[in-house]
Write a protein that binds this ligand. Structure first.
Ligand code: GDP
Ligand code: GDP
Length: 454
């Protein structure tokens, strides 16, 4: 219980109830044993180093107030997140991902004596995707002889490797200066609105009415703005203003240019759909309400959910709907869409423009859910009661307990449950269901992961 209180307190520091003046968050990431904790202790000016030679030692704290050259920031140490060494590769990536999501800037620590490993490369991938500022720390350069080791790390493509000896403090000042250069004044973390218009993907199999819908929306509501501050224009995206709110519709070139049905076209269409989804924050999956739902429709829906994007389902061609078809449609929804009852469904007609206003409202709802953050205190209060009333079933004489939970990320909301043992899938689904009942999250997928603490 004591350590639960500790964790609670720490995560509350990070909860972005976002005081607009929140301190920027700097995360130190890297695989085990590269010297993250040594570095963190150095930065904090601590001697009583909590450093262990064994990877996987669990420590309690995750974030600390820190200061360098007169600037305050919050330092996130992922060293304590290692829960076991089994499957270390994926664990490193997973932990780095959470840390990166939490951070405004990242110090990526690599052991220069060892050089870049496959694990390091995976983290580089994540860093690239996240697009946050990164300073590459080439650690364990204890003397001038080690400088050459550091220079090999240019190959990671993250810019200049900063040669550091966390152990002796060598190069630390220069590295931290580089960090301050890229660290924003205030945390953007948890901010509900990103800069610029939200990005929407309009997806669905051929002939469901994507281009008709786009034309309808862009045609009637169009105020195509050329430049909005803080946006970069990609020629395949279109800026469309609806009810006074501008949205980027991504990869509209793919919608407007009809591709000939050749062999393999399916595959490329699916890649293109994937790319559009990745680029968007919310996807509108268009289906043809007048014909039975196909496997291709459900595949697109899964792509959106798997990519962790907000989702709106639009049943198009509603003008063709007749009373004979309706009961079938209801049955299809119950049978094929049972996993995504949380997604708003809107019946529309691209031909007449009927209900496009509802579609826009659904977009907003889904995006809001996608952005939502539940404060740690509230989350644990809710889970504490839930778990007391509905404990995990006993399996093989053991009963895993949830100790603590935090929402580690938004967009989509991602929850990390710290538990004393593996939680079975049914129980995780139960928790997800209850989270939705309590907090809503209409239109957003939820990600729930479990960390086992001994
Ligand atoms: P973490 O798992 O990434 O947090 O790594 P630790 O901070 O626990 O360090 C792992 C090991 O590397 C420890 O034995 C440290 O003493 C050692 N180490 C850390 N930084 C340096 C350094 O700059 N030079 C040398 N030679 N060893 C270091
Ligand atoms: P896309 O391949 O998804 O871009 O689909 P299109 O927009 O090209 O539409 C395919 C066909 O469906 C065209 O003949 C459209 O006129 C027709 N269509 C699209 N939306 C509607 C609608 O709401 N009602 C009706 N009746 N037909 C539609």
């Amino acid at each position: 219980e004591a350590d639960r209180a500790l964790l609670d307190a720490d995560w509350d520091d990070l909860d972005a109830e976002p005081a607009p003046q929140a301190l920027p968050v700097l995360a130190v990431v890297g695989r085990p044993n590269v010297g993250k904790s040594t570095l963190v202790n150095r930065i904090l000016g601590r001697r009583e180093a909590v450093v262990e030679d064994t990877p996987g030692v669990t420590r309690d704290r995750v974030s600390y107030p820190a200061e360098w050259a007169g600037r305050d920031f919050t330092l996130v140490d992922t060293g304590g997140w290692e829960v076991d060494v089994a499957g270390i590769e994926s664990k490193v990536a997973e932990q780095a991902e959470v840390a990166i999501a939490l951070a405004d800037a990242v110090v990526f620590v690599v052991d220069a004596q060892v050089g870049a490993t496959a694990s390091d490369e995976r983290v580089v991938e994540l860093l690239r995707r996240a697009g946050k500022p990164v300073v590459l720390c080439a650690n364990k350069v204890d003397g001038p002889a080690g400088e050459a080791d550091a220079s090999y790390l240019w190959a990671l493509g993250l810019g200049e490797p900063r040669a550091v000896s966390a152990l002796h403090g060598r190069g630390l000042g220069d590295m931290l200066d580089a960090v301050l250069d890229v660290l924003p004044e205030h945390s953007a973390f948890g901010e509900v609105r990103p800069d610029g218009p939200r990005r929407v993907a309009l997806v669905g199999r051929p002939n469901v009415g994507k281009s008709s819908l786009l034309n309808k929306i862009a045609g009637s509501e169009r105020v195509v703005v050329d430049e909005i501050a803080g946006t970069t224009r990609d020629p395949v995206d279109e800026l469309v203003q609806i009810k006074g709110i501008p949205y980027w519709f991504v990869d509209t070139a793919g919608i407007r240019r009809r591709v000939h049905q050749t062999s393999g076209a399916d595959f490329y269409a699916s890649l293109r759909t994937q790319a559009a989804i990745e680029k968007a924050e919310v996807a509108v999956v268009l289906v043809d309400a007048s014909v039975p739902l196909t496997e291709q429709d459900t595949r697109v829906i899964s792509q959106v959910v798997d990519a962790g994007r907000a989702l709106v389902l639009a049943y198009n061609k509603w003008d063709l709907m007749d009373d004979d078809r309706r009961p079938y449609l209801e049955r299809e929804i119950e049978r094929d869409l049972v996993q995504i009852t949380w997604a708003p469904r809107v019946n529309v007609s691209a031909r007449t423009g009927w209900h496009t206003d509802k579609l826009v409202r659904a977009l907003q709802t889904s995006l809001e859910s996608w952005d939502t953050r539940i404060p740690t205190g509230r989350l644990n209060g809710f889970l504490g009661e839930l778990v007391a009333a509905h404990p995990h079933p006993v399996r093989g004489g053991k009963q895993p307990r949830i100790l603590f939970a935090t929402q580690a990320a938004t967009r989509p909301p991602r929850f990390v449950l710290f538990a004393t043992g593996f939680l079975e899938a049914g129980y995780r689904r139960f928790i997800e269901r209850r989270l939705r009942e309590e907090f809503g999250f209409e239109g957003s997928p939820l990600q729930i992961s479990v960390r086992v603490r001994e």
